[in-house]
Write a protein that binds this ligand. Structure first.
Ligand code: XBP
Ligand code: MG
Length: 253
C-alpha cells in the first residue's frame, strides 16, 4: 500500500473564496436583480451549512423570506445563481483572491514526486477554472487528472458521491489517496468515501467537528511560516510537504 494521489477540496481549502468571493458575488447578484436579500457575514456562516449555492439560496428563502413567491422557483434560483457565478468569475479575474498558505508549494512538490492530483468540490466547475487560472496559471488545469464539480453527481457533500466519482474516474483505491478539506461537511464526504483526510481549518470552519481526520491544521504552512497542529500527533515537520504526508499516511495505515 502506498500514497499515490492527493484530492483537494476547493472553497476554504485551496483558497479563502467564501468571504471575498462567493459571499460578495451572492450579494452583488441579489442587488443587480433588485432583490431585497442581503447576506451578512454572520448569516453566511449559518448558510454555509448548506453546500451548493442553489440549495443555499433555496434554504435562505424558506427560512428567511417565506413570503417570497415565484411561479417557477427552481428556475428563478438557477438564474440568480448563474449571475452569481458570472460575478464570481469577474472577482477572480481581478486577481485579488490568492491561494492559501502552502497550497502552491504542496502542489509543486506533489508533481515533482509524481503524485496524481485531483479536485473534488461542491462548487461550480467554472469557479474552479477561474481560480486555478488566476493563481497557478492557465496550464495548471491540466495538472489535475480529474476536476469533479458538484453538479456531476446527484448528492452534494456531505454525501460521498463526489469523492467516489473522482476515485472511479481515476481507477484508484481510496486507501492510496489523501483528501484535503476545510469543513465538517467536506470531511464527512471524504470519510464516507473511505479517504484519509487532512483538515486545514478556515475562518468559517474553526468550530466544526473534525473527529475523524488524520490531522487538523490551521493551514498547510510554508518553509518560513510553520503550521500549527490543532489536533493530531506532533511531528518534526513545520509545513505540509510530501514527506510529512507519507509520515501521516504510515501512521494511519
Ligand atoms: C463549497 C460550497 C459552494 C460554494 C459556492 O463547499 O458549498 O457551494 O459556497 O459555490 P465545499 P456554488 O468546499 O465543501 O465543496 O455557488 O458554485 O455552488
Ligand atoms: Mg470547502
Amino acid at each position: 500500500m502506498s500514497l499515490e494521489a492527493l484530492i483537494f477540496d476547493v472553497d476554504g481549502t485551496l483558497s479563502n473564496t467564501e468571504k471575498e468571493g462567493h459571499l460578495v458575488a451572492f450579494n452583488l447578484a441579489f442587488k443587480e436583480l433588485k432583490l431585497d436579500w442581503s447576506w451578512s457575514n454572520n448569516l453566511y456562516y449559518e448558510l454555509l451549512k448548506v453546500t451548493g449555492g442553489k440549495l443555499r439560496i433555496k434554504y435562505y428563502l424558506k427560512k428567511y423570506k417565506p413570503e417570497f413567491k415565484h411561479d417557477d422557483l427552481d428556475n428563478f434560483i438557477k438564474s440568480v445563481h448563474e449571475l452569481k457565478t458570472e460575478i464570481f468569475a469577474d472577482l477572480m479575474n481581478e486577481g485579488k483572491i490568492p491561494l492559501r498558505t502552502g497550497v502552491e508549494n504542496l502542489i509543486n512538490e506533489a508533481r515533482e514526486a509524481n503524485l496524481r492530483l485531483a479536485i473534488a468540490t461542491t462548487t461550480t466547475k467554472n469557479n474552479v477554472d477561474v481560480l486555478i487560472n488566476n493563481t497557478l496559471g492557465s496550464e495548471a488545469i491540466d495538472w489535475f487528472e480529474i476536476i469533479a464539480a458538484g453538479n456531476v453527481v446527484p448528492n452534494l457533500k456531505p454525501a460521498a458521491d463526489i469523492y467516489n466519482y473522482v476515485l472511479d474516474k481515476m481507477s484508484i483505491d481510496a486507501k492510496n489517496c489523501i483528501a484535503f478539506e476545510d469543513s465538517e461537511m467536506g470531511l464527512l464526504s471524504a470519510r464516507a468515501a473511505n479517504l484519509k483526510t487532512v483538515i486545514t481549518v478556515s475562518e468559517y470552519t474553526k468550530l466544526h467537528r473534525f473527529d475523524d481526520a488524520m490531522v487538523v491544521l490551521d493551514n498547510l504552512g510554508e518553509k518560513n511560516k510553520p503550521f500549527n497542529i490543532i489536533k493530531g500527533a506532533s511531528t518534526n515537520a513545520s509545513y505540509v510537504n510530501v514527506n510529512y504526508l507519507k509520515e501521516l499516511y504510515e501512521q494511519s495505515s
